[in-house]
Design a protein around this ligand. Structure first.
Ligand code: ADP
Ligand code: NA
Length: 329
């Protein structure tokens, strides 16, 4: 009954790491290639729910836009825009606040974790997932690609859609989370391969960023934690460190795991790491160059984002109009 629409939000956090790229952004570009209707929103209003630096946030919004373009997001095919440029996000957030209960938000794991990090919890941090639901619902998105850690937030969006539909009549699709959980879907920390690679990692050597220079990438892969077996094999449970490198290698070259392992048969870990580093460097080189190029064309970035906002705003205004009718506003 609902046309298939994919919505993804991403916080403007400066540079992306290899996990964000392989696990999220590259998947979006693949969906775009298979002619899916994809909306990508740089969610800057989510970024002010914790203490932040305004000039850095502004810079990070541009860096994220430049990065998404460099990774292959095509603004002619997909809708790419900045959340704060479309005020309907806040408007729907307010309306959804009235359908949300405080106990429901208080039990969400991400809120519990983040609220522990500040003394007085900002209200914005509390309603963060409601804004996320508004992002999705405003475009009547049917599918939301997310990591497993976002599942509870998607469930809140589903609950709010059902709740709205029941009270005011059918208006929103109940979105489906697109969660991929297999051995290769998570890129792991280079320092502690029991954890996923994450920007919140305190150790900068644990993550590879799209902005890293070839020398930095070489160094980080060289120091990647593996184990005391020197041959190369793929068994994520038993040898997570080496398997993580094999997985990354396969993903950046497009080879399958078996081929990667076969080709690495004669190599020890040290030699293999050099090969992996080379493959990552080659894959990321054009992306890094495009990011830098995009960042020098600031006016083009601004124009592109304004066009994206225009497209998004049209859809958002249409939805808001329908919602207000139903609510008697
Ligand atoms: P981080 O953990 O660095 O804070 P986010 O939680 O902001 O990353 O995730 C942004 C997107 O990137 C999500 O879709 C998430 O699933 C994906 N992602 C993050 N880290 C990884 C990883 N290590 N491997 C695969 N995908 C990841
Ligand atoms: Na995170």
């Amino acid at each position: 009954r609902w046309p298939r629409k994919i919505f993804s939000g991403i916080q403007p956090t400066g540079s992306l790491h290899l996990g964000n790229y392989l696990g999220a952004v590259r998947k979006w570009t693949q969906l775009q290639k298979s002619r899916e209707n994809v909306t990508i929103c740089i969610v800057d209003m989510h970024s002010i729910t914790m203490p932040h630096n305004p000039p850095l946030l502004r810079e990070n919004i541009f860096t994220m836009a430049a990065t998404l373009l460099a990774c292959g997001v095509d603004p002619a095919q997909s809708t790419l825009f900045v959340q704060s440029a479309v005020m309907e996000h806040s408007e729907l957030n307010w309306i959804l606040n009235s359908l949300t209960t405080m106990p429901r938000l208080a039990q969400l794991p991400q809120f519990k974790e983040k609220s522990r990090m500040v003394r007085d919890v900002p209200l914005g941090l509390f309603v963060y997932p409601v804004l996320q639901a508004a992002d999705i619902m405003l475009y009547k998105a049917t599918h939301v690609p997310v990591g497993i850690d976002q599942l509870q937030h998607i469930q809140l969006a589903q609950h709010l859609a059902r709740n709205f539909n029941t009270r005011y009549g059918e208006m929103f699709p109940v979105c489906t989370p697109m969660i991929e959980e297999n051995d290769g879907s998570r890129i792991l920390s280079l320092r502690e391969p029991s954890k996923k690679m994450s920007k919140s990692d305190q150790n900068p050597k644990a993550t590879i960023n799209l902005s890293d220079s070839p020398d930095v990438i070489k160094e980080k892969i060289k120091k990647a934690v593996t184990d005391f077996t020197s041959d190369i094999s793929y068994s994520p449970k038993i040898r997570p460190g080496v398997s993580n490198l094999v997985n990354i290698h396969a993903q950046v070259t497009g080879m399958d795991i078996a081929t990667v392992v076969e080709e690495a048969k004669q190599l020890d870990t040290a030699k293999y790491k050099e090969r992996v580093a080379e493959a990552i460097i080659e894959h990321l080189r054009p992306i890094r160059e495009k990011i830098n190029l995009n960042l020098t064309n600031r006016n083009e970035l601004i124009y592109m984002l304004e066009m994206g906002s225009e497209k998004a705003r049209k859809a958002a205004q249409q939805t808001m109009c329908e919602i207000k009718q139903r609510l008697g506003l």
